[in-house]
Design a protein. Structure first.
Ligand code: FES
Ligand SMILES: [Fe+2]
Length: 464
C-alpha cells in the first residue's frame, strides 16, 4: 500500500471555502467541559485601508519610538533563561538598551545599559557576570545595581555616591515571562495583559522551559513581520504543505481590549480548500509537518482503525504532554491539546496557548531602521512536577544569510518560517513600490492586524 503521505487530494479554488463559525462548531463536539474563553467570540469590525506610510515613513517610525515603545510593557525573556544570580538578558529598542539581571537576592531588575561615568554600554551581550564592571575605566556596580567601586576614587571627590546606583527600569513578571516598561509611571503588567492571565491560567507557563530560542534579523518593518503571524489566510499560498492538516480558513479571530488579540486555527483537520484528504494523510502530516505536536515520530505511532486524525493526535498529545508535565490532562479539550491558539500582546509578542509545545514570537525594531527588525522565536515545553527544572536552551543567532531551517532545534517549523521570511523581503520592496499608497485588509480574517493599528494610533494620538 502507498504511504499515507503520498495520498492524493483535490485542491479547491481559493475563493470557495472558509467558515468563521467552524471553531465554535468544534467546541460543541468536545467531550469535556469547554472553558468559557474557548466557547466565545469577540470580534471587531472596520474596513478602512491602512496607509503605506505606516510601514515606510521614517517620521512615523520615530513617532512610534517616542510615543509608543517608550510607554508599553514589552516581553524581555523567560525567568528560566536567567536562573542564577548574575545571569542577564539584554533588550534594545531604538536608543533604549536595558540589562535585565537576576540579583543576589533572586530578584530580577532592569538597568539602563549606560555607565554613569562617561556613558559606555556596560554590556554588549547577554550572559553571566559576578559584577557589572565597565570595560572602559572600571566603574563597578553590584549585580543588584549598587555602586561598588570607583577607579582613582581620589579624583571623584565631587561625585555623590548616594546618587550613583544604576538607574532602574520597571520590571514585572507573569507566569515566568519577564516584561519591562520604559515608562516609570506605567500601571501594573497584570492590568495591561487584560484577559490573558485568566485565559492562560490552566497552562502552567510558570513551569515552562525554553526548549529552543532562535534569533534572526529580517528585512521589513516590525509591523509587517508581526502581521505575518496574525492571520492564517496566507497559508493557502505561502505554506501549501500545511493544507492537509490545518483548517486555515476556518480560523476564529478575537480582540480583547487594547492589548490582546488571538486567532484559533483548527489542526489535524484538512483545509476547507481541500477535498478527499484521507485521515491517514492528515494524521501523518500533522505529526511530521506541524512542528508542534508532542512527537514527530511517525514510525512509532499510527492511526487506529476507525479513528479520526484529530481525535487520535489529541489523545497522543494528551498522553505525552501528561508524561512530560506529570499532570492529569484527562479533563482537557481537544482544542487546547492540538489547535493553533495564538495570542498577541501589544506591541510585539505572540504566545501560543495550550498544554504543551507552545511557541512565542517577538519582533523588535532594529535600531532606527524602519525597514529592518529582529525576530525571535522560542519553543516551550514543561518541567515535571517534583523534578529539577530542565536547563533552558541557549539562544542561536542566525545571520541574515542563514535560513531558519539551519537551526535544527526548530524542526519542521524552520522551513515554515523561511516561507514567511520570503514574503517579508518582498513586502519591504512592494510596499515602497505601491501606487495605491494603502493596504486593504480582509474584514474578518485580518481583524487582528486592524486591532494592532487601532491600539498603535491610541498611543500616537495621545497628548504628551
Ligand atoms: S565609561 Fe564606564 S568607567 Fe568610564
Ligand atoms: Fe506563515
Amino acid at each position: 500500500m502507498n504511504h499515507p503521505k503520498d495520498a492524493k487530494f483535490e485542491l479547491l479554488k481559493q475563493e470557495q471555502a472558509g467558515d468563521p463559525g467552524a471553531f465554535q462548531k468544534l467546541m460543541e463536539q468536545e467531550k469535556v467541559p469547554v472553558p468559557d474563553h474557548m466557547a466565545s467570540c469577540n470580534h471587531i469590525t472596520a474596513d478602512d485601508d491602512l496607509s503605506i506610510e505606516r510601514y515606510t515613513s521614517q517620521e512615523f517610525f520615530e513617532r512610534e519610538l517616542s510615543k509608543m515603545w517608550s510607554k508599553t510593557w514589552q516581553f524581555i525573556g523567560r525567568e528560566d533563561q536567567i536562573p542564577n544570580a548574575g545571569d542577564h538578558l539584554l533588550y534594545e529598542v531604538g536608543d533604549m538598551s536595558v540589562i535585565v539581571m537576576r540579583g543576589s537576592d533572586g530578584k530580577i531588575r532592569g538597568f539602563h545599559n549606560s555607565c554613569l561615568h562617561r556613558g559606555r554600554a556596560l554590556r554588549m551581550t547577554p550572559g553571566h557576570v559576578k559584577e557589572l564592571k565597565c570595560p572602559y575605566h572600571g566603574f563597578t556596580w553590584s549585580i543588584d545595581g549598587a555602586l561598588a567601586s570607583i577607579p582613582c576614587e581620589w579624583d571623584f571627590q565631587h561625585l555623590n555616591k548616594a546618587t550613583h546606583d544604576l538607574p532602574e527600569v520597571l520590571v514585572d513578571q507573569w507566569a515566568g515571562f519577564i516584561f519591562i516598561n520604559p515608562d516609570e509611571k506605567a500601571g501594573p503588567l497584570l492590568n495591561y495583559l487584560g484577559v490573558m492571565p485568566d485565559h492562560f491560567k490552566d497552562y502552567q507557563f510558570e513551569k515552562a522551559v525554553t526548549l529552543a530560542h532562535v534569533r534572526r534579523r529580517v528585512k521589513g518593518n516590525w509591523k509587517v513581520t508581526q502581521e505575518a503571524f496574525m492571520e492564517s489566510m496566507h497559508e493557502h499560498v505561502t505554506h501549501p504543505q500545511l493544507l492537509t492538516f490545518t483548517a486555515e480558513s476556518d480560523s476564529q479571530y478575537d480582540c480583547y481590549g487594547d492589548n490582546i488579540s488571538r486567532s484559533v486555527t483548527p489542526m489535524a483537520l484538512p483545509s476547507p480548500h481541500t477535498r478527499g484528504v484521507i485521515e491517514g494523510r492528515t494524521f501523518y502530516d500533522t505529526l511530521v509537518e506541524s512542528g508542534r505536536m508532542a512527537t514527530a515520530d511517525s514510525d512509532k505511532y499510527s492511526l487506529s482503525e476507525g479513528q479520526t486524525a484529530r481525535v487520535s493526535i489529541a489523545e497522543l498529545n494528551r498522553q505525552l504532554f501528561a508524561e512530560e508535565s506529570g499532570r492529569d490532562l484527562s479533563h482537557v479539550t481537544v482544542a487546547e491539546l492540538l489547535d493553533a491558539i495564538l495570542y498577541s500582546v501589544f506591541p510585539n509578542t505572540q504566545i501560543w496557548a495550550g498544554y504543551g509545545m507552545n511557541i512565542l514570537y517577538r519582533i523588535i525594531p532594529d535600531g532606527h531602521d524602519v525597514d529592518s527588525c529582529i525576530y525571535d522565536v522560542m519553543v516551550f515545553g514543561r518541567n515535571k512536577n517534583g523534578e529539577p527544572p530542565k536547563a533552558s536552551a541557549e539562544m542561536t543567532v542566525l545571520s541574515v544569510d542563514q535560513p531558519f531551517s539551519a537551526a535544527p532545534e526548530l524542526g519542521a517549523l524552520g522551513p515554515v518560517f523561511d516561507q514567511d521570511v520570503r514574503n517579508l523581503d518582498a513586502m519591504a520592496k512592494g510596499l515602497r513600490a505601491s501606487k495605491k499608497g494603502a493596504v486593504t485588509l480582509a474584514h474578518y480574517q485580518e481583524s487582528r492586524i486592524r486591532h494592532l493599528h487601532e491600539t498603535l494610533d491610541k498611543y500616537l494620538n495621545a497628548a504628551e
